[in-house]
Design a binder for this molecule. Structure first.
Ligand SMILES: Cc1cc2nc3c(=O)[nH]c(=O)nc-3n(C[C@H](O)[C@H](O)[C@H](O)COP(=O)(O)O)c2cc1C
Length: 331
């Protein structure tokens, strides 16, 4: 897969944009684990042009995590163009436009997936943003607003004609939010259109190397995007890439996994502060498959998710790590 001048090689696997999750520390860890490209959290165009500090901080990129995509969202042409120029100045490799966010505070106001109900505006914004910057522009969207308006086949070509250089499609409608299953047949059908020739990145419910392989081989996408399965498990990229390279069931050691979680906690604390840094990382700990299947884990899990200092949390993790190593049944 190639976007602009960036060659991602064969079967690239990328980290999805996720609000409050894909900060620069997490992106670098995913990159080290094998992600071929990483996306920022979405950045509000309106907040960016008002110079809101919490938003401008989202433009920070660590050179080691590249290639990095910064994603913006908004509902009007002018602020989107202005924000796109500010993003370009921050030096990402690619600029992505979010036309897929289903949450009310975004889609309800016409931005994100809300734009699926105003295609002329979507195309106008896309064309204007492509014109405004010199880096490749891509779009991430869903298959339609609801099951009665699955418009992605036509929309994909229209977006291509606006000058975008790749398209990511999450195989759900806005109405589905995160329920049901991503429809990979609809994603695949985009490629039936001979006129559609930019790279297509498929997204939705990829949780293993096997599913990623199927996305490439059966559904014909050029790239695969992984979101939720990476939360609390950035090593999913190592597992998927190994599988695609013919090494099924390969993963990193338990010790390496704990080291990664400890590093995430430390970096989150360094970036914010001890209390809020730990709050931020709880979502990763709560979701981590590392803690699944441990017997009588309930109380320890509560202890882990209640710890409010690094030392407390580190102690609980040490206890769990020891238990996993001793627990014959775990593997
Ligand atoms: C916590 C969370 C935050 C998300 N934030 C964004 C976002 O900022 N921009 C975006 O395009 N999609 C966002 N998404 C959607 C994901 O990028 C992805 O499309 C979706 O989770 C489906 O992929 P998955 O099944 O691999 O998780 C978010 C999803 C989650 C779970």
């Amino acid at each position: 897969m190639k976007i602009g001048k960036i060659d991602f090689g064969n079967k690239p696997v990328v980290l999805a944009p996720m609000e409050d999750v894909t900060d620069t520390s997490f992106r670098l860890i995913c990159k080290e684990q094998g992600a071929d490209m990483v996306y920022s959290e979405f950045v509000s165009a309106d907040a960016l042009i008002r110079n809101i500090a919490a938003t401008t901080r989202k433009l920070t990129i660590n050179p080691a995590e590249r290639p990095t995509v910064i994603q913006i969202y908004g509902r009007e042409v002018e602020p989107m163009v202005e924000a796109a120029k500010m993003v370009e100045a921050a030096g990402p490799d690619i600029l992505d436009i979010n036309f897929g966010c289903p949450v009310k505070k975004v889609a309800g106001k016409g931005a994100g997936a809300g734009m699926l109900r105003d295609i002329p505006k979507m195309l106008e914004i896309t064309t204007a943003v492509v014109k405004a910057v010199n880096i490749p522009v891509t779009v991430k969207t869903r298959i339609g607003w609801d099951c009665n308006s699955i418009i992605i086949r036509d929309l994909a070509e229209q977006l291509q004609d606006c000058g975008i250089e790749a398209l990511t499609v999450h195989g759900r409608t806005r109405s589905q939010m995160y329920t049901g299953n991503a429809d990979w047949n609809v994603i695949a059908s985009i490629k039936d259109n001979q006129r559609f020739r930019i790279p297509l990145i498929g997204n939705g419910d990829i949780t293993s190397g096997q599913l990623a392989k199927e996305a490439f081989d059966k559904y014909g996408v050029d790239g695969v995007m992984v979101g939720r399965a990476s939360i609390g498990a950035p090593w999913i990229f190592h597992e998927i890439k190994s599988y695609l390279n013919g090494n099924s069931n390969e993963t990193i050691s338990i010790k390496e996994k704990f080291d990664i979680l400890r590093r995430q906690i430390r970096e989150s604390i360094d970036r914010i502060d001890e209390y809020r840094g730990i709050l931020h990382i709880r979502r990763h700990l709560a979701a981590s498959p590392l803690f699944k299947g441990i017997s009588h884990f309930r109380d320890t899990r509560i202890e882990m998710l209640r710890a409010s200092t690094f030392n407390e949390l580190d102690e609980v993790l040490a206890k769990i790590e020891k238990r996993i190593n001793n627990e014959y049944s775990y593997e």
